[in-house]
Write a protein that binds this ligand. Structure first.
Ligand SMILES: [Zn+2]
Length: 88
């Protein structure tokens, strides 16, 4: 089983975090995730609600902290253009 790591920065907007956790099989962003692991193997267990694909995505401590803030408060999926302007 391949090892997948998350590709978002802790300060990224919610839409970029959701894109990083999107399903690699059908590209759906309808993914349920939960945090698992301990101090050295933090990961998000992801399940796609569109196709059923399941996978674990390993996280840095900062990424895990970011996701932990969204256990009760969903990610803001509103697109914020300043993220793109900062990247340029
Ligand atoms: Zn899927």
């Amino acid at each position: 089983m391949p090892c997948e790591t998350a590709h978002f920065r802790p300060a990224d907007s919610g839409v970029l975090v959701a894109a990083a956790l999107a399903c690699p099989v059908c590209l759906s962003s309808a993914v349920r995730w939960s945090l698992l692991g301990g101090r050295y193997d933090r990961r998000a267990s992801c399940a796609c609600t569109a196709c059923g694909h399941e996978r674990d995505v390993f996280l840095t401590p900062e990424q895990a902290l970011r996701l932990s803030l969204h256990r009760t408060c969903p990610l803001d999926l509103t697109f914020h253009s300043p993220d793109l302007l900062t990247a340029l």
